[in-house]
Design a protein around this ligand. Structure first.
Ligand SMILES: CC(C)(COP(=O)(O)OP(=O)(O)OC[C@H]1O[C@@H](n2cnc3c(N)ncnc32)[C@H](O)[C@@H]1OP(=O)(O)O)[C@@H](O)C(=O)NCCC(=O)NCCS
Length: 155
């Protein structure tokens, strides 16, 4: 079941975060900021039998959506949970009439890149030395529709 993340989930979320990103995990205060202060952030967890097996942090910023974080517990991977979290992000992006859903991913992160390519993301740019260890990121973008009507432009 996918549901809204709460502060009570953070011990389990942090366990998944630490094992998923051993080199550069978000500290708990980052999750607290996202939960309590970031007006653009929508945090969701995948829960099964009372256990948090995955989560996603989606930013809806007017006409742009961005996946800021997504992870699945190592023992629960390759069971379709990442895909369900992605489905939820795409649905919310469409409901909010966003034009694009985007994210950054390490060039070496084959599982995540595969998930994104399977879901129609394309490589839009390379962000050189984006990560602390000097690794590049791909900016990946998926068009999700937008308003589908004539917008009024300022010129
Ligand atoms: C990326 C991640 C979220 C995928 O979650 P998951 O629950 O294992 O993914 P799913 O089981 O839903 O798989 C969906 C698709 O992802 C891709 N995928 C998942 N694991 C993969 C692997 N080990 N190798 C290659 N592709 C993989 C495949 O395209 C798969 O589709 P398929 O089953 O039809 O082949 C998970 O591997 C993870 O948490 N990794 C560590 C954190 C991370 O890297 N997050 C992304 C940061 S940008």
């Amino acid at each position: 079941m996918i549901r809204k993340m709460t502060a009570e989930d953070l011990p389990q979320v942090m366990a998944v975060e630490n094992e998923s990103f051993p080199d550069s995990p978000w500290p708990q205060k980052e999750f607290l900021y996202e939960l309590n202060e970031n007006p653009f952030a929508i945090l969701s967890v995948y829960e099964e039998d009372g256990r948090i097996l995955g989560y996603i942090d989606l930013w809806i910023m007017y006409d742009q959506a961005q996946i800021a974080n997504i992870a699945v517990a190592s023992e629960a991977r390759q069971r379709g949970i990442g895909q369900q979290l992605m489905n939820d992000a795409v649905r919310r992006s469409i409901e909010n009439e966003c034009e694009f859903l985007s994210l950054e991913v390490r060039v070496s992160n084959t599982p995540a890149r595969s998930l994104y390519e399977k879901n129609g993301f394309i490589q839009a740019a390379v962000r050189k030395q984006y990560y602390e260890n000097g690794e590049d990121a791909y900016l990946m973008i998926k068009p999700v529709g937008g308003l589908n009507n004539d917008s009024i432009a300022c010129d």
